[in-house]
Design a binder for this molecule. Structure first.
Ligand code: PLP
Length: 406
């Protein structure tokens, strides 16, 4: 991969109204027109550079959209009030009543619930498949299928989608490949690998401060404009609009994304290696033991590493809960959902972010109740963190006291 996303984001240089080094924040919901004709033309979508109403677009949202387009190397990008706002708009834009979707069986619980439960209202059905088995993916395509949907690194099981191969399959069947790249910004450039539409929850690594929810769709200009269409655009009409003030603060945080991702990956990789050596059941795409390791290696940007997420299976929900509570007491992180914060966040997905998935299905996926998902923080001394984590596991009997130290 030679796409220079971070450099392209850094090169976006704006001047504020008074020459400030950050663009001015737009503080208006509506905009004046010097002529009634221009207003009409703008509603018809026939003017460029004119703002009509901030649910449609605002200068601050366009700046953030530009940075997101640079991140994925797409023609355009629209921002949304949340990741789910972005995901639901894309799906509803592409599907009509009665259509069908082929989707990875391991995805974020909210997306799963939207596809499985909410879309029943429109008689839109989804086949949830093992996205790493291309034969199964192809076999599930029907004449009603409108898209292939997956996460580049899946939540919470960290399955790796082979984006090049899925894109080839999508092209063969004239289906767009929609990839949620929330877990791997910069590490994976999904659009460069062939994804037609890339969605992000900006709430996570991209903003990195756990202080807001936001989302984005990175795609062709045509598709982004269709989402904004005043007559039938899912973005415009469902109204999941990001506030300008938030768009401006996310853009500022994006300036340091490249540094943060490297550190998240470095820390997660170190911990995963240590925990594996201790004989624990750890999953991390950077480990050779991970089933998606080679696929990840073949499609990642080496300098950003294998990402900041790892999972640890401690055997039972009781043990998982006890470990998370103790780790929080010892200030090793927060027992909280979400990811991409400076501090490590941990939660048991079976009873939190994936609880929308029925228990039998969780079991079939290999999502056990003792599984803890860690979003590893930006700790300056990750070895000390590891030692403290180890001590917690020894206290709880998850790790034998005399287990070999390396
Ligand atoms: N996609 C993934 C992979 C997620 O983990 C999440 C939330 O956890 C979302 C999408 C939804 O994002 P948001 O909470 O910003 O709506």
């Amino acid at each position: 991969m030679d796409y220079k996303a971070a450099e392209n984001i850094q090169d976006l240089q704006y001047f504020g109204e008074y020459g400030g080094v950050n663009p001015s924040i737009s503080d208006s919901s509506t905009y004046t027109f010097l002529s009634a004709k221009t207003m009409f033309d703008t509603f018809e979508g026939n003017t460029e550079g004119c703002y009509l109403y901030s649910r449609h677009s605002s200068p601050s949202n366009l700046y953030l959209g530009e940075a997101m387009a640079q991140l994925e190397g797409t023609e355009s990008a629209n921002v949304f009030a949340s990741g789910m706002g972005a995901i639901s708009a894309v799906i509803l834009q592409l599907c009509d009543a009665g259509d069908h979707i082929v989707c990875s069986r391991t995805i974020y619980g909210g997306t799963y619930a939207f596809l499985k439960n909410f879309l029943k209202k429109f008689n839109i059905s989804t086949s949830f498949v093992d996205i790493t088995d291309l034969e199964v993916v192809e076999k599930s395509i029907t004449n009603k299928t409108k898209m292939i949907y997956c996460e580049a690194i899946s939540n919470p099981l960290l399955e790796i989608a082979d984006i090049r191969a899925l894109s080839k399959l999508g092209k063969k069947h004239r289906l767009p490949l929609v990839v949620d790249n929330t877990f791997s910004p910069l590490s994976i450039n999904a659009a460069q690998l062939g994804a037609d539409i890339v969605v992000h929850s900006l709430t996570k690594f991209i903003n990195g401060s756990s202080d807001c929810v936001a989302g984005a769709v990175c795609a062709s200009t045509d598709f982004c404009l269709s989402l904004k269409d005043v007559n039938d655009g899912a973005g415009m009409l469902l109204g999941s609009t990001l506030d300008s003030l938030r768009a401006a603060s996310i853009l500022k945080n994006m300036r340091t994304l490249h540094i943060r991702i490297k550190k998240h990956s470095e820390n997660a990789h170190y911990l995963a290696q240590q925990l594996e050596r201790d004989g624990l059941k750890v999953a991390y795409p950077g480990l050779k033991s991970h089933p998606g390791h080679e696929t990840m290696k073949g499609q990642m940007n080496d300098e950003y590493g294998f990402g900041g997420l790892l999972t640890l299976d401690v055997g039972s929900l009781d043990k998982a809960n006890a470990l998370m509570e103790l780790m929080q007491q010892k200030k090793l992180g927060y027992l909280a959902v979400s990811l991409g914060f400076y501090k490590t966040l941990f939660s048991a997905p079976g009873t939190s972010t994936s609880s929308e998935i029925p228990m039998e299905e969780q079991e079939a996926l290999g999502l056990s109740q003792g599984l803890i998902r860690f979003s590893i923080g930006l700790d300056n001394d990750i070895h000390s963190t590891y030692m403290a984590m180890r001590a917690c596991m020894e206290t709880l009997g998850i790790l034998a006291k005399d287990s070999a130290m390396v």
